[in-house]
Design a protein around this ligand. Structure first.
Ligand code: SF4
Length: 635
C-alpha cells in the first residue's frame, strides 16, 4: 500500500463502516483495488478478506483489475439508445481501438457500459473519470479521444462549455444542463433558504413539526408514497442512543433525473429539510447518500455543508434551540441501482454490499448501525420545508383531494422539450404530452421500467381478468386511450419518470428488451426468482420476436411475472413489469408475432444444438429445422 493510500485510509479512521469511502479513494487514486490492497484493508479494519472482496465486487464503478487512464462509462438507458447511442459506441470503439468491456492495449482507454446515469434529457451521455459528458455524437467522440490522447484533463476536455446555473460553479464545472421547464411551489425561488430554520424553528416543538407534516398529507416522493409525517412519528418514538436521518439521493430509475437538478440548484433547501426532519425526529446523525453518477456534485455539496456549519445551521444548538445538535455527512455510492431501496442503501452506508435486508425490522426501528433511521427522498425533504414555511393549509390548495401539492417530473424521450416539470397532482397525460412538445405519441412509460403498461386498444383476444387479480402496478406504459388519466396516488402514482415513445418506436424489440436488460444487470442476485426469471423472460420474449412464439409463450410470461412477485424487494417484484405491462396494454404487438398454431415452429434447431457434439463424433448434420403441426390449445 502506498503512502497516499495509507493517508486515504487513515482519513477514515480505519473504520470498517467507512469501507466504501476507503475503496472509492483507492479506486480513484490508483485506478483499481488490488488484491494486496484488499488484504491490507482486511487486516487494518479487522474484517475478513471475503468481506472486502464482496463489497469491491458488488459495485459497478469498483474494479479489482487495472482499468484505463481514461475510463469511459457510456449510459445504456433507453433514451440513450433512442438518441444515437449505437453510433457513439461504435465511434468510441474505433477511436480507442478497443471494444466495450475492455481496456485498450496501450492502457489509455477503458470502455464500459453502464446503467442510467440520470442524464436522460441530454443523451447520449457518458461518465469519463467522474465527469459527465452529454449530447455525444461520433464527431464529438473523435475529438474527445484525440484530446485524451494529447493528455488533456477532463476539465480541459469540456473547453469550459459548462451548463447553466450551478453547473458552472467552480466546484462543479459540469457540462450538464438543468432543463427546468416548469416551476411551481417548490422550484419557484420565492424562499430564502434557512428562513424557517432561523426564524421559526424555535417556535415549534418537534411534535408540532410532525403534526404539521401529517396535516399536509405529504407522501414520500421517491415512488412508494409512504406518509412522511407518519414515518417521522414512528422514527421519533423508537428509543436509541442515536437517531439517524438519511437523504436518499440514489435516484437510479431510468428516466429519473429530478434529484440531480434539486441537488444542483436547491441543495440548501434539501439540507434544510434534513435539519428540520432531524429536529422533528430527535436525530443527531445526518447522512446524504449520493449516487456515484452524481459524484461530480460532491465538492459543491460539501462546500454547502461547510457554509452551513459556519452559519450554525449545523452543529450545536441549531436555530437557537438548546440541545439540538446535528450534522450531515455525504456518503458516495459506487454504482448499484438496488441501493435506492432503503435497507440496501443502509447496508451500503455501512460499507457492505447493497443487498436489501429482510423486514421487519424496518429502518425506523433498526437502521444504520442499528439506530432508528428515517430515510427520506430528496424531493420530500425540499417539499417539507416549503410546507412548514407556508403551512399545511396553504399546501392543501394545490393538487387533488387525495394527492396534495405538486410533483417533479423528469420527462424525456420523443419530445421537443425534455427536462424537469413541476406540475400539480391531477395533471393529465394529455397535458404532459402538450407541455413537453411530443407528437405522434404511441406510448408513455410512467414510473420507469418498474412501471407498467396499459393497452391502447382492447388487449387482443385475451381475457385479462385473471391477470388483474394479482397484477397491481405502481406505474405504467400508457397509450392513447388512457391519455386522459391523471397523475395521482389513486390513478397514476409515480416517482416522476416519464418517457415518451412515438409511433416509430419498436416497443417490444427496442424498449421492453432494454428494460429487461436493465433488471438483469441490476439484480443483486440474492433471490433465485430475481436472479433468474428476468433472463428466462427475456429469452422467451426474444423467441416471440424472432417469430417462433406461440400463444402459450405469452401465458408462460404472465405466470413467470407472477413468480417474480415473491422476490424480497421492489426490484425483483417489478422486474417483470416491462413484459407484463406490454402484454397488458399492447397485447396486439405480441399477437402479431406469434405463429399460426397449425404451423408451429418451435424455433429449435437440432443441428445447431448438437453442433459441438457432432464435431467430436465426426457426424454430419442430418436434421433440419424442427417443424411440427402440434397445436397448443388456446386457453
Ligand atoms: Fe436482490 Fe432482486 Fe432479491 Fe431484491 S429481489 S433482494 S434485488 S435478488
Amino acid at each position: 500500500m502506498t503512502i497516499k493510500q495509507e493517508i486515504n485510509q487513515n482519513a477514515f479512521g480505519n473504520d470498517k463502516n467507512r469501507l466504501m469511502d476507503i475503496l472509492l479513494s483507492i479506486n480513484e487514486t490508483q485506478g483499481y483495488i488490488s488484491r494486496k490492497n484488499m488484504l491490507d484493508l482486511s487486516q487494518k479494519l479487522g474484517i475478513s478478506m471475503a468481506q472486502v472482496q464482496e463489497t469491491v465486487s458488488f459495485y459497478h464503478f469498483f474494479s479489482s483489475k487495472p482499468r484505463g487512464k481514461y475510463n469511459i462509462y457510456l449510459d445504456n438507458s433507453i433514451t440513450a439508445v433512442m438518441n444515437g447511442r449505437a453510433e457513439v459506441k461504435e465511434a468510441f470503439e474505433q477511436c480507442c481501438e478497443t471494444s466495450f468491456g475492455n481496456v485498450s492495449r496501450d492502457g489509455l482507454f477503458g470502455l464500459f457500459n453502464t446503467s442510467c446515469i440520470g442524464m436522460n434529457d441530454q443523451e447520449p451521455a457518458a461518465i469519463i473519470n467522474n465527469k459527465i459528458f452529454t449530447h455525444l455524437t461520433p464527431y464529438r467522440v473523435k475529438h474527445l479521444v484525440e484530446d485524451m490522447r494529447a493528455g488533456k484533463t477532463t476539465d480541459e476536455l469540456m473547453y469550459e462549455n459548462f451548463g447553466d446555473g450551478n453547473n458552472a460553479d467552480p466546484d462543479v464545472k459540469s457540462m450538464v444542463s438543468n432543463h427546468i421547464r416548469k416551476k411551481s411551489i417548490i422550484l419557484k425561488k420565492d424562499y430564502i433558504p434557512f428562513t424557517f430554520l432561523t426564524t421559526k424553528l424555535k417556535e415549534y416543538t418537534p411534535g408540532d413539526i410532525v403534526a404539521e407534516i401529517e396535516a399536509s398529507n405529504l407522501r414520500g416522493r421517491g415512488g412508494a408514497g409512504f406518509p412522511t409525517g407518519m414515518k417521522w412519528r414512528f422514527g421519533r418514538r423508537t428509543e436509541g442512543k442515536h437517531r439517524v436521518i438519511i437523504c436518499n439521493a440514489d435516484e437510479g430509475e431510468p428516466g429519473t433525473f429530478k434529484d440531480r437538478v434539486l441537488l444542483t440548484e436547491y441543495a440548501d433547501l434539501v439540507f434544510e429539510g434534513m435539519v428540520v426532519a432531524a429536529y422533528a425526529t430527535g436525530s443527531d446523525i445526518g447522512l446524504l447518500y449520493l449516487r456515484y453518477e452524481y459524484r461530480y456534485l460532491l465538492k459543491f455539496l460539501n462546500r454547502k455543508l461547510t457554509e452551513m456549519r459556519k452559519n450554525h445551521f449545523l452543529g450545536q444548538n441549531i436555530g437557537g434551540v438548546q440541545g439540538f445538535n446535528f450534522d450531515i455527512r455525504i456518503q458516495s455510492g459506487a454504482g448499484a441501482y438496488v441501493c435506492g431501496e432503503e435497507s440496501a442503501l443502509i447496508e451500503s452506508l455501512e460499507g457492505k454490499r447493497g443487498e436489501p435486508r429482510d423486514k421487519p425490522p424496518f429502518p425506523v426501528e433498526k437502521g444504520y448501525l442499528g439506530y432508528p433511521t428515517i430515510v427520506n427522498n430528496v424531493e420530500t425533504l425540499a417539499t417539507a420545508v416549503k410546507i412548514l414555511h407556508h403551512g399545511a393549509e396553504w399546501y392543501a390548495g394545490f393538487g387533488t383531494k387525495d394527492s396534495l401539492g405538486t410533483k417533479l417530473l423528469s420527462i424525456s424521450g420523443d419530445c421537443r422539450f425534455p427536462g424537469i416539470y413541476e406540475v400539480e397532482w391531477g395533471t393529465t397525460i394529455r397535458e404532459i404530452i402538450a407541455m413537453s412538445g411530443a407528437e405522434n405519441v404511441q406510448a408513455i412509460q410512467v414510473g420507469g421500467p418498474s412501471g407498467m403498461m396499459i393497452g391502447m386498444k382492447d388487449a387482443g383476444n385475451m381475457d385479462n381478468s385473471e391477470l388483474m387479480k394479482w397484477y397491481k402496478p405502481s406505474g405504467m406504459m400508457i397509450a392513447e386511450k388512457f391519455f386522459d388519466r391523471k397523475l395521482s396516488y389513486s390513478d397514476l402514482p409515480t416517482g416522476g419518470s416519464i418517457i415518451i415513445f412515438n409511433n416509430h418506436r419498436d416497443l417490444l424489440g427496442e424498449v421492453v428488451m432494454n428494460f429487461m436488460d436493465f433488471f438483469i444487470e441490476e439484480s443483486c442476485g440474492s433471490c433465485s426468482t430475481c436472479r433468474n426469471m428476468p433472463i428466462i423472460m427475456k429469452n422467451k420474449l426474444r423467441k416471440i420476436l424472432d417469430g417462433h412464439g406461440i400463444r402459450k409463450d405469452i401465458y408462460d410470461l404472465l405466470n413467470w411475472g407472477k413468480v417474480l412477485k415473491a422476490s424480497r424487494c421492489g426490484l425483483g417484484q417489478t422486474a417483470g413489469n416491462p413484459v407484463l405491462s406490454s402484454i397488458f396494454h399492447f397485447r396486439h404487438l405480441y399477437e402479431q408475432r406469434i405463429q399460426s398454431l397449425t404451423q408451429f415452429d418451435s424455433g429449435f434447431n437440432l443441428d445447431e444444438a448438437t453442433k459441438e457434439t457432432k464435431k467430436y463424433v465426426h457426424r454430419k448434420p442430418v436434421f433440419h429445422h424442427f417443424k411440427t403441426s402440434e397445436t397448443w390449445k388456446d386457453q
